[in-house]
Design a protein. Structure first.
Lengths: 157, 207
């Protein structure tokens, strides 16, 4: 692949994927600023391995989900570039009450349950795709969704 | 309530939440660090700056990114690498390292093939420019050392980037209070000079 093609392909890929990946990551980490940082870094990873990655979309999914999981574990302090951050727990103003409650409850779920729910009900991915993104066996996704839904349903009636 | 009805409500709520943000693409905030001087931000950003320069210098990719480019910044996306364990998230720097404390206002990246005379010409000229408060020259070995420091946890990057592809750099600090316009003018003065690959002004300069 020559360089101009590479550039055009990557640009198109970025254009297709960027906003949705940020929204997805936002639901997983609860902060727009952090989501943008993590997604940005994931794109950097894809860019550097563009020639060797067979399915950049799947690779990107894995990278973003993994980065979100790492972030959730570490609760790292991330510089969001000085702009005002948007946090899932603080967006009550325009959103309906139920959406806000869902957002806050999501953040209280264990990461795998939260990610399974977001990838299933927001990104509309199959269980196999979710398992690929999370790096776990497909058989574990159904139960994770089930448990997560159960908790959400208990709180939201 | 049936599971399906609940799931529909859940989908609607997630959609609502996701729609409440407007993701900012590279051109604004993401490209911002590319124009900042080395040492001005967290480590991840410093990596991007060095890597962006690599893109410019090595000529690996020169792509035009989507949409307008309001800042007038070189629209070159950053290059970096994930670590083998998977993942690209980096902690903010603690500011360690030889170059970490420097916060210049613009950087003149030389060509890898630049001659000593090219540098001498530029430095002689810098000495005559009043609004240049100071500058520091980093030779190719120093730039490489900085690169190694920044990408210490990324062996793949270190494996493919060798000292011979990295160019030297002049970091300039201008007299305090110099207007943005004058700094831009100063930068443009060196663009296209023999031996100069690119001149980058700190994007938030003057803000």
């Amino acid at each position: 692949m020559n360089r101009p093609e590479f550039g055009a392909e990557f640009s198109a890929f970025y254009g297709r994927e960027h906003a949705e990946q940020v929204r997805r990551a936002f639901l997983l980490v609860g902060s727009q600023g952090v989501a943008e940082e993590l997604v940005h870094d994931a794109f950097v990873g894809v860019l550097t391995r563009w020639a060797e990655i067979a399915e950049p979309g799947a690779y990107l999914n894995r990278s973003v989900v993994h980065a979100c999981r790492r972030h959730s574990r570490r609760r790292a302090v991330v510089d969001v570039g000085g702009h005002r951050d948007v946090r899932l727990s603080e967006i009550a103003v325009e959103s309906p009450e139920e959406a806000v409650a869902v957002g806050q409850l999501l953040l209280s779920l264990p990461f795998r349950q939260r990610a399974s729910i977001v990838l299933r009900f927001y990104a509309h991915m199959t269980e196999a795709e979710i398992a690929d993104g999370l790096g776990c066996r497909p058989g574990t996704i159904g139960p994770a969704i089930h448990r997560g839904l159960k908790k959400l349903r208990k709180e939201i009636t | 309530m049936t599971g399906t009805a609940f799931e529909s409500r859940l989908e609607a709520a997630l959609e609502e939440l996701a729609a409440s943000i407007s993701p900012r693409s590279s051109v604004g905030d993401v490209l911002r660090p590319l124009a900042a001087p080395i040492g001005a931000g967290p480590r991840s950003r410093r990596r991007l700056i060095v890597a962006a320069a690599l893109v410019i210098i090595v000529g690996a990719v020169a792509f035009v990114m989507f949409r307008a480019n309001p800042g007038g910044v070189e629209t070159v996306p950053p290059v970096g690498v994930q670590d083998e364990a998977g993942f690209p998230f980096t902690e903010p720097s603690t500011g360690q390292g030889a170059l970490a404390s420097f916060a210049g206002d613009l950087a003149i990246w030389m060509d890898p093939t630049a001659a000593d005379a090219d540098r001498s010409t530029i430095e002689a000229e810098l000495a005559t420019i009043e609004l240049v408060a100071s500058w520091q020259y980093y030779d190719r070995d120093e730039v490489y050392a900085e690169f190694v420091e920044l990408f210490a946890d990324t062996p793949e990057m270190l494996a493919v980037v060798t000292a011979d592809v990295l160019p030297a750099r002049l970091d300039l600090t201008v007299v305090e209070g110099t207007s943005r316009d004058l700094v831009d003018e100063l930068a443009s003065r060196f663009v296209g000079r023999p031996g100069v690959r690119d001149v980058i002004v700190r994007l938030d300069y003057g803000q």
